[in-house]
Every structure is written in structure tokens, then in C-alpha cells.
Design a protein around this ligand. Sequence first.
Ligand code: ZN
Length: 216
Amino acid sequence: MKYLIPGLRKFSQDVYPQQKKLFNELSKGQSPHTLLITCSDSRIDPNLVTQTDPGEIFVIRNAGNIIPPFGSSMGGEEATIEYAIEVLGVKHIVVCGHSKCGAMAAIAQNTDLTALPSVKRWLGHAEATKRRCQHFEGEGHLDKTIEENVLVQVENLKTHPAVSAALRAGTVDIFGWIYHFETGGISVYDPKKNEFVSSETIAEKSENGFKEFAIS
Ligand code: ZN
């Protein structure tokens, strides 16, 4: 705890007073614009990476940024997705994988997970990822697995009734991202090209709020 307590003190004494107006506003309620689904990896900081404030992003995190298909898991993902859409009315859902993902490395390398039965069961929700990538070899295998998993999880996401209905009504957009913590860059899935492209390139070109990168 010696690593956390001084930070808590610094936050309450220095940081919080500087943002008191924001926190006062947030005490009335939250209205996040985005549901971000990403990995639990400690190297990812959603607010830092997206330069957003508290109150802007509703977050689901787990090993491998996995979204079990509707009805297949008793985890909290299903309820959290439903709440984000039906109650909070998020406008965007981002599934964000990341470079050097340990969970995806286990899938790419077909690691024996007998000693980690819960992890093994959980990664079963990425079985489609494993099968789609098994023909890849060499260094690019892990990167390809990370990318493919984002797309598999987007498909899983669409099996959730709240997501399906919101997509149909045009009230929500889904995006696929990969965060590269070694460079600070983000790759965004481009449905037209069927590949991930650098966010820096698209930031200059996008004219309609990145809607062309929404996965339908
Ligand atoms: Zn990860």
C-alpha cells in the first residue's frame, strides 16, 4: 500500500481541488459518450490515452478485451453493456486490443493453461480468434491474433440484444482499435479496407466524426 496511499493523498489534496468544478458536476450524474472495452493490462490507461476526463468513458476491462456472446457467461460484461446502452445511452462502443497482449499471446502460442483453469475457460470465448489465426506463422502471428480478436469480439458484441437494437436504430456506432503502448499510437479498423490503419492518418482525413470507421 505504500505505493498507493501517497497517491491518494496527493489526489485529494492537490488534484481534486483543481478539478472541483468537474467533480461537482459529476456528482449530479454521469453521461458518458463512449463504452470502452479493453484489456486489464496495467499499461493501458483509457483516460490518459484518449485525453478524456472522468465521466466521459464507461469502461469494461478484462483479460484479452473479451466479450462473451450473449447468454454464454455469468460475468458482468452482459449487464454492463446493457446498462451502458439502455440507461446511459452511450453513442459509441470501442473494442480496444493492445500490443504485446498476454492473453492473446497465450492463444497465439497455444499455451498449456491446465494450471489456470479459469483463464483457460475465459479464453474459450476467443476460440474463433485462435482458429482464424492458426495458419499465421512467425513474428506477425501475435499482432494478427490481437487484430483478429478485436473483430471477433465485435461480432460477439453484436449478439447482445441491446447492441443489436441500438445498431438497428442507428443510435450507436462500434469501432475497433489497437493501442500500441510502445509508440503511443492507436490503429483503427477501417471496414472498407478490412485492415487496421493509423489513427494519425485518419485524423487528418476524417470529415464526419469518424463515422466511416464504424463497423456495421
Ligand atoms: Zn492484454
